[in-house]
Design a binder for this molecule. Structure first.
Ligand code: MN
Ligand code: MN
Length: 483
């Protein structure tokens, strides 16, 4: 197939909301496929916010980024083009490249989150019910509970032992690993349940993960097993002791996340889509970090790629964006650039420009009643720009100014980034939010800008390859812009 050269870039595509495949520049489809293959690898292996952090840190270290706290401890002064990172709690990370202009003129930020909807183990999670050993969970983020039963699950996380030693857990994604599951009732006996709604069919307390079924053997010399009431639990506790050297109480100081088992895959006969766990928001987090890593060596304005935690539960907590992480990190950056002053820090934040890089919802022809007909994003029609989120009268929204929308539109059009406008469904049917409002409180311009998904928040979400690539291309164009 011949590849047409793009003349007018995104503007024309946007108004027609057309797929962009035949409008790609020469050789760009190869780049797109390579990028998506790398993203699929990342998504398959980085299934928790800690693993995303570690993966991005590794990429940054390979590219020569230095630890900002270390730089300040050594009293090193940064110059334009220098690259640093700041990591917090092993979950939130910020990559930075110093620009030619003073920091007080503002930064260009792309900010995404790495936490995804999932099931978390409860603080006291293990219990035996009849002959089954189960893991009690509390779901994290907005899930549709019925989607999580009868699919293979993996367990990831950390357990901190009494002596402070950290045990890494990752079971379910290697070919030799066992997997886990939440059972459901057989249809033969579901007469009553059939009348329930999707929401009430599987209550939160029913999300119990099956861990084992074999009882400890009743041997002559094994007094503990002989006397134990919960013999299946005893046997699994012994296996845990053997493999990790942990006892049951250690599970209290742990973070164990239950996620879908299996890798992300190409989707469709035409391979035009990606099926994966955690596109929201790793598709934007990866794009933001990669865009910064691949950006020009010495930009005009300083660049930031921020990947934070806890967005799905309201951004609270020390690793969420409701914390002072951003201010503290930019303060450290000022110090390293030799010009810390509280007023300049405030000026820098207020004059910053930001893309709140989070996923959007795509029009799904299976559910047309919730779509706002002329304002929904469509698959592979480009990066979705969402002027406002919120619900019921834009409540809770950070509404981007028309002036800033114009600036972003121009950047994308000039750099042939395929983009489209987006609204999160029909008025009054629902709503949502991102980290945009938490950034806007510093006074900076911010707009939501990310990849549209089908089945958002489901164990397996769908993203279009063209949209996935355009996020990378769009974020890069934004980071490299002068304002
Ligand atoms: Mn999100
Ligand atoms: Mn989400």
């Amino acid at each position: 197939m011949a590849v047409k050269k793009v003349k007018s870039g995104g503007a024309e595509l946007f108004w027609r909301r057309e797929q962009g495949w035949d409008k790609l520049a020469r050789g760009e489809e190869k780049k797109l496929e390579r990028y998506c293959a790398e993203y699929i690898g990342f998504l398959s292996s980085a299934k928790t916010e800690r693993l995303v952090h570690d993966h991005l840190l590794e990429l940054a270290l390979k590219a020569g980024f230095r630890d900002l706290e270390q730089v300040n401890a050594e009293g090193v002064k940064l110059k334009p083009g220098d690259q640093v990172y700041r990591s917090y709690g092993g979950k939130t990370i910020m990559l930075m490249r110093v620009g030619k202009k003073p920091l007080s003129e503002g930064l260009n930020l792309v900010g995404a989150h790495s936490d995804c909807p999932r099931l978390d183990a409860k603080p006291n999670p293990l219990y035996q019910d009849d002959d089954l050993l189960l893991l009690d969970t509390h779901y994290y983020g907005g899930i549709r509970k019925y989607q999580w039963v009868t699919i293979p699950l993996a367990i990831y996380g950390v357990i901190i032992k009494k002596n402070g030693e950290k045990v890494q857990v990752a079971i379910g994604d290697q070919p030799q690993d066992p997997v886990f599951v939440i059972t459901d009732l057989l249809p033969h006996l579901e007469m009553e349940g059939e009348k329930k709604t999707l929401a009430s069919g599987i209550p939160g307390e029913a999300l119990n993960v099956l861990l084992g079924s074999r009882a400890a053997e009743d041997k002559e010399d094994d007094k503990e097993a002989k006397e134990a009431k919960d013999k299946v639990k005893l046997r699994v506790l012994r296996l845990l002791q053997e493999r990790y050297g942990i006892e049951e109480e250690d599970l209290f100081s742990s973070e164990l996340e239950i996620v879908p088992a299996g890798p992300a895959r190409e989707l469709g006969l035409d391979r035009s889509m990606i099926l994966g766990y955690g596109h929201d928001d790793r598709v934007c987090a990866y794009a933001g970090a990669r865009a910064l890593l691949d950006s020009e060596a010495v930009p005009q304005r300083s660049q930031v790629a921020l990947v934070c935690d806890k967005e799905e539960i309201g951004s609270y907590g020390a690793t969420g964006m409701d914390s002072s992480f951003l201010e503290n990190t930019v303060a450290e950056l000022f110090e390293a650039c030799g010009a810390y002053c509280g007023l300049n820090l405030r000026r820098a934040l207020e004059r910053s420009k930001m893309l709140s890089a989070d996923v959007a919802s795509l029009h799904d022809p299976g559910f047309p009643s919730v779509s706002s007909p002329n304002n929904m994003s469509r698959i592979n029609c480009g990066l979705a720009l969402t002027k406002y989120t919120g619900s019921r009268g834009k409540s809770g929204a950070s509404d981007a100014s028309a002036e800033f929308v114009a600036q972003v539109r121009k950047i994308f059009n000039d750099k042939q980034v395929h983009w489209q406008s987006c609204e999160l469904g029909k008025v009054d049917v629902g709503g949502g939010g991102t980290i945009a409002h938490l950034m806007a409180r510093h006074g900076m311009d911010v707009i939501d800008c990310g990849v549209g998904l089908l089945s958002m928040h489901a164990p397996w979400e769908v993203a279009g390859k063209l949209d996935t690539y355009m996020a990378y291309k769009g974020y890069k164009a934004f980071l490299e812009s002068d304002f």
